[in-house]
Ligand binder design. Structure first.
Ligand code: PFF
Length: 490
């Protein structure tokens, strides 16, 4: 297969179509829910700096490479990798990259949809004015009130299951609608609206008494907080997990390393400038994440919330904000609707690689492929649904350990992970960076130079720099962060 072929699945109507879709994939729960809570749990500024470095030095060049592979291959990641490897005389084993993307997509979607379900569950709460009570409560009771709303939701597996189901159905409807019909239309109004609402929230955050404290938390760099998270009076233990989390988050937030961006690249019109679209997507995604942090932390500090409370951080913080701000019911309803939409436009890119591949086998229509994928992710989602209630105490990573060792496990230890934590760690911190590593190696070492030059149109110097980063900086960076995380340098 070569660049002369067009994609079996259709094309974006224009370059803008791709930018909207790729930004839609990148901007999602990762930016608004996950980035603030990881920043909060990993000590603030140092995490943000490492995150930004990973975005710039590792992820941006990989983003260009992933788009390029898709644009050349013009099919699902599995077939794109197989065909490109064959075309350039390499082993078709490279298609493993496509397969790991298929698996990662299911695993991520299974929990992503449950969290998107939380956001959906907050829509009626906001609309009915549940959060208003915050404005009338004494300060000391605010935290208890907002936590109770969240805890009530996640403690009930039936509620979670219900919202998870609705989200999966939404995804199925949109993906089944096809590339232009479903996606582009929804994204055109959604992304600007989400951005606007974040700015409104930022306005509120700036009016809180501790706005600057939030800013300092996000931008004052203290590496000790990242390297030595569990310091007590007597001991400090080094941990490379914070850096790994920052890198994993960079891949997750940019939807890299699993074929989502690759498959979107396959639908690109041939005249598109890869460098330009990649830059726009990376900047938009990063700005939204930083904005979300700037909204969340001032509110956290102004209302006595904890920055390191974990996955409930954004929900509890925003409940306070909407409870206190004027027209909070209206803005709250709108915000959670937009968050759900942002999540859905990301979720659909998680199954698109698999859907495209199933269609290419010739045995599935787009509709049946989508239903099949949705169903699989829905079933897998039970693991996450139960992680917050009936299986709250279950720690799968301890199953192979001796009884004595299990008794010694402390909260916060590596193995102290629920099913949800395991899925999140495995996908964001292992599978996506590994996928990215393979993409970097394949593109920079195994594709013909003329192809790369032609596709990137960067000029000689720019091209050499990009290839150097992809050949050496990105793979070595990813490798070192992995080794650091397993404690090799401690
Ligand atoms: N980038 C999305 C987010 O930040 O919410 C999540 C995601 C979508 C990750 C698609 C990976 C992916 F392939």
């Amino acid at each position: 297969m070569s660049a002369e072929n067009t994609s079996l699945h259709g094309e974006w109507s224009s370059q803008l179509g791709f930018i909207l879709a790729a930004t839609g994939s990148a901007v999602g729960l990762g930016n608004i829910w996950k980035f603030p809570f990881l920043t909060g749990s990993n000590g603030g500024g140092a995490f943000v700096i490492v995150y930004l470095l990973c975005v710039l030095l590792i992820c941006m060049p990989i983003m260009m490479a992933e788009i390029l592979l898709g644009k050349r291959g013009r099919s699902s990641p599995i077939n794109t990798m197989r065909n490109l490897a064959r075309e350039y005389g390499h082993s078709t084993a490279w298609q493993i990259l496509g397969w790991s993307g298929v698996l990662a997509g299911f695993l991520i979607l299974s929990y992503y949809s449950v969290i998107a379900g939380w956001a959906l569950a907050y829509v009626p709460q906001a609309a009915m004015g549940t959060f208003e009570a915050v404005a009338h409560l004494p300060q000391a009771e605010v935290v208890g009130f907002v936590s109770a709303i969240f805890d009530n939701l996640v403690a009930d597996p039936w509620k979670l299951l219900f919202w998870h189901t609705v989200i999966i159905l939404l995804c199925i409807v949109i993906v089944a609608g096809g590339i232009q019909g479903g996606l582009e239309r929804a994204l055109r109004f959604m992304m600007p609206a989400l951005f606007l609402l974040l700015l409104i929230l930022l306005g509120y955050a700036m009016s809180t008494p501790k706005f600057m404290e939030g800013v300092h938390f996000m931008f004052d760099v203290d590496f000790d907080k990242l390297f030595y998270p569990n310091c007590t009076e007597f001991s400090c233990e080094f941990s490379g997990q914070g850096i790994l989390a920052a890198m994993g988050q960079a891949f997750f937030s940019l939807s890299l390393g699993m074929g989502a961006i690759m498959v979107y690249g396959a639908y690109l019109p041939k005249t598109t400038s890869i460098t330009q679209v990649a830059t726009i997507v990376v900047i938009s995604d990063t700005v939204v994440a930083l904005l979300a942090g700037l909204v969340i932390f001032p509110i956290v500090f102004s209302h006595g919330l904890q920055p390191d409370q974990g996955p409930n951080l954004v929900f509890n913080t925003l409940t306070v904000a909407f409870g206190k701000m004027s027209a909070g019911n209206f803005f709250g309803t709108l915000f959670f609707i937009l968050l759900v939409l942002a999540a859905v436009t990301s979720a659909i890119s998680l199954i698109e690689p698999t859907v495209a591949w199933l269609i290419e086998t010739g045995r599935f229509s787009r509709i049946s492929a989508t239903i099949f994928c949705g169903l699989a992710a829905w079933l897998l989602g039970f693991l996450t649904v139960f992680s917050f209630n009936i299986w709250k105490e279950v720690r799968p990573l301890t199953w192979l350990m001796s009884e004595q060792a299990v008794l010694d496990v402390q909260p916060g230890d590596f193995v102290d992970k629920t099913w949800f934590d395991v899925l999140d760690f495995l996908t964001s911190n292992v599978m996506l960076p590994l996928g990215g590593l393979l993409i970097a190696l394949f593109t920079a070492w195994f594709l013909g130079e003329s192809v790369l030059k032609q596709e990137l149109a960067l000029g000689n110097r720019g091209y050499r720099f990009w290839r150097w980063v992809l050949r050496y900086v990105a793979p070595i960076g990813v490798g070192l962060i992995f080794l650091n995380a397993i404690g090799l340098f401690s």
